[in-house]
Ligand binder design. Structure first.
Ligand code: ASP
Ligand code: MG
Length: 415
């Protein structure tokens, strides 16, 4: 008998028929003798609908009140799922985050979980009940409801699994696992049987939408074995087969890790690059350029500062394309004070990253990446690296070509 946390995303909870399927799948796991906690998202589209309602009243909704509204989608889901389980003869009980209680800080709309009291949940499990807990929300010290940011139910599920020392956290979703790259771009993309949490963390923060980044941090910090698998299969699928399907987010020392140098290729089409030309090269320049950008809440990604010539340098960085115009405006506002000659940019660039823990022990990954791009005649504008990632910025025109060429060069289609 194991303690297993199941998480179901919005698509899986998207209609009462789908909720009935979730109930059958959950019941199957419970019938096999496991203790089961379920963490569902709101029905698909519901959180968007709630936020849109709030914005009809206040264009910049008050964060506390917004959380009051946005958290209700999950409350509907847990009640419906509990009923669907009761209707097929299972014992089940649903709870909102504050009833458990899942304690968070007071950073409304992006709160962090601080602690989870699992006494009540354990008593229910001892009683043979399936326990269903709202994803995405918790309660702060003052009793206010706080949500964990969009996609936060993943984090709720992994955090609950960590707090309860669950044997596994199963994230049921509308894709059947984590792929070497987006199969819509490379048809040979292959599902990975396992990926290390560090690689998953890079992929999540590089924009892979499979899991909320913070949930992967939790899985890593608390060593929660987490599996991403499909909720769109037959709910009565053989349980052994289901338990081994999808992608396991694992730890490097695990035996079942594949031995590839590169595990995946991530890309982000929507990047923009900004260059401040002719800035005096003296202490504080980077701070004076990027400080006002940060104050405008614009996230900066890659950064390069060139060699200075006659005391002047060029400074280039990337931002998300949505923030491009705002960042240019900010810099035009500070340009004179900086003593910079001009501000230019290019909003038609994309970032491609190869990710793999194998880079730590293999040399030549960067040169292979650069050779592949050069053979395709693709110019690299910027490069950044971490221990397990190399990212390049290129013209968006060549993005798909580059991803396909790299997928082939690193033989990612081969298991
Ligand atoms: N319902 C929330 C959202 O749409 C949380 C989640 O689904 O994970 O962002
Ligand atoms: Mg999600």
């Amino acid at each position: 008998m194991a303690l297993i946390v199941h998480k179901y995303g919005g698509t899986s909870m998207g209609s009462t028929d789908r909720i009935k399927n979730v109930a059958r799948r959950v019941a199957k796991w419970h019938d096999a003798g496991h203790r089961i906690v379920v963490v569902p998202s709101a029905m698909s589209g519901e959180t968007n609908r709630l936020i849109a309602l709030a914005k009809e009243i206040q264009s910049q909704p008050d964060p506390r009140e917004l959380d009051m509204i946005a958290s209700t989608g999950e409350q509907v889901s847990v009640g419906l799922l509990a009923m669907a389980l009761l209707a097929i003869g299972k014992k089940a009980v649903s709870y909102a985050g504050w009833q458990v209680a899942i304690k968070t800080d007071s950073a409304y709309t992006k709160a962090r979980i601080q602690s989870i009291d699992n006494d009540k949940v354990n008593r229910d499990l001892d009683d043979g009940k399936i326990v269903i807990i709202t994803g995405f929300q918790g309660v702060d010290d003052l009793g206010n409801i706080a949500t964990l940011g969009r996609g936060g139910s993943d984090t709720s599920a992994v955090a609950i699994a960590a707090a309860m020392k669950a044997d596994e956290c199963l994230i049921f979703t509308d894709v059947d696992g984590v792929y070497t790259t987006d199969p819509r771009v490379v048809s040979e993309a292959r599902r990975l049987k396992a990926i290390t949490f560090e690689e998953m963390l890079e992929l999540a923060s590089l924009g892979s939408k499979v899991l909320q980044t913070r949930s992967v941090e939790f899985a890593g910090n608390y060593r929660v074995p987490t599996r991403v698998l499909s909720s769109l299969t037959d709910p009565m699928l053989d349980i052994e087969e289901e338990a081994n399907s999808g992608t396991l987010i694992s730890f490097e020392e695990d035996k079942h890790m594949e031995q590839a140098v590169i595990s995946g290729i991530a890309f982000n089409r929507d990047e923009a690059k900004i260059t401040v030309l002719g800035v005096p090269d003296r202490p504080g320049v980077a701070y004076h350029i990027l400080g006002p950008v940060a104050d405008a809440n614009i996230e900066v990604d890659m950064i390069i500062q060139n060699q200075s010539v006659e005391g002047k340098t060029d400074f280039t960085f990337t931002v998300s394309r949505n923030d491009y115009q705002r960042a240019i405006d900010v810099l035009n506002g500070t340009r004179e004070e900086l003593g910079a000659a001009s501000v230019t940019g290019d909003a038609k660039v994309s970032k491609i990253s190869v990710v793999g823990v194998g880079m730590r022990s293999h040399v030549g990954v960067a040169s292979q990446m650069f050779r592949t791009l050069s053979e395709e005649g693709i110019n690299i504008m910027m490069i950044s690296t971490s221990e397990i990632k190399i990212s390049v910025l290129i013209d968006e025109k060549y993005m798909e070509l580059a991803v396909r060429a790299l997928h082939k060069a690193f033989e990612l289609e081969k298991a």
